[in-house]
Design a protein around this ligand. Structure first.
Ligand code: 4NP
Length: 153
């Protein structure tokens, strides 16, 4: 079982979208018994809050199932528990490192670094552009799943 943790700043927009988009891809590829997914924040700002309504509306529009997510902050224990810690942007990586202190096992990566066009996922909390966030996350999630399938022993 591979364990993946998607991480963004607030854990109410991008990382929950990534979790549910990735779960959808996993389901479509019959990999539910092989890959486990969760999401977390670097900030404590939104802890306990649900997925932001515009992010939920975008998932609903795209036919992606989601359940009652509650935002939580990443902990040092998450570094031990998860095999991959997948950030949305460079700034998330420095913030993750402030909390988990090290990346000795090279687990922390940016989602679009698995794509042909490495870049940050712009924060739709600030841009208001949930369509771009959705498309960029789908691109990253698809590329990351391809990487996992190729690297499977
Ligand atoms: P996210 O967006 O990191 O994609 O969940 C944000 C949501 C809330 C805040 C920042 C970013 N906030 O500061 O409350």
């Amino acid at each position: 079982m591979k364990k993946v943790l998607f991480v963004c700043l607030g854990n109410i927009c991008r990382s929950p979208m990534a979790k549910y988009i990735f779960k959808d891809l996993i389901k479509k590829n019959n990999l539910e018994n092989q890959i486990m997914v969760d999401s977390a924040a670097t900030s404590s700002e939104e802890v306990g809050n649900g997925i932001y309504r515009h992010a939920a509306a975008k998932l609903r529009e795209k036919g992606i199932e989601f359940d009652n997510h509650r935002a939580r902050q990443i902990t040092p224990q998450d570094y031990e528990k998860y095999d991959y810690i997948i950030a949305m942007e460079d700034r998330n990586i420095s913030n993750i490192l402030r909390i988990v202190k090290h990346d000795s096992e090279n687990k922390i990566h940016r989602i679009l670094d698995y794509s042909n066009s490495p870049r940050d996922i712009s924060d739709p909390w600030y841009t208001g552009d949930f369509e771009t966030a959705y498309n960029d996350i789908l691109e990253g999630a698809t590329a990351f799943l391809g990487y996992l399938l190729n690297s499977r022993k």
